[in-house]
Design a protein around this ligand. Sequence first.
Ligand code: GUN
Length: 292
Amino acid sequence: MELIDGKKIGEEIKKEIAAKVASIIDAGGEPPHLVAVLVGEDAASQTYIASKERACKAVGFTSSVYRYDSDMTEKQLLDVVDFLNNDPEVNGFIVQLPLPAHIDASRILERIHPEKDVDGFHPLNIGRLVLGLPSYLPATPAGIMLLLERAGIATEGRHCVVLGRSNIVGTPISLLMSRKANPGNSTVTLCHSKTENLAEITRQADILIAAIGHPGFVKEDMVKAGAVVIDVGIHRIPDDSEKGYYITGDVDFEKVAPKCSYITPVPGGVGLMTIISLLLNTFKAYNHEIYP
Ligand code: GUN
């Protein structure tokens, strides 16, 4: 069994981005600028935004966070999106999810200009992904593709089983894995809460991608010997440690890992790559690569 080391792969890619930013600055240019909009006090969102800021700093991007109270109105947030859409100093921005219940997230995401939508959540970018056209790929699926690519995992012709059909992970990763590309060219099965005989299907997986949102859901008897297992889950489980919690994924790592050819750890796997994908998308926005 080999671990797919998200930290190592992420650091490699950060170095590559930092070198490109350094040459832009040496040539007298401005660095790429990423903005995150954060509404309310959600703990996981605060952590994500803090890591995003650290990563931007590490590669030399300009990074800003626009923070608002959870009682801001939908109209006020739409005005913020309009402002960022029109700000020439901003190459790309994200509106951190989840949003407070009184704000319609779809309406906000659809208002983001597709060229600045570095989260890849706008329907135009999702539509372009479906058609195989250049688009900003959503950060987590793009991170998984980078891990597979950099770890040298063969995907062509193999059976990839995806657990979970969310808009931000399960659905886009199933599309990417079936695309005519490398990584890709897999035969994909997308499983969800209504799938019957789930373990029978997951046991057929050469590549199993767990994005189901339940800690330790994937057990030993659900995995074929020699499978590649990608664990997208990130769960905080309360304990007696100083921090008050530990982090675990959707896979029962202790039991499953010995059966795998490759597995991503949690933490230290897919989670770290999400931020890297966001940096790469921001760099593409800066260079007008998707919408020249
Ligand atoms: N919340 C959890 N993951 C994400 C993400 O990738 N982007 C945004 N905007 N919000 C999130």
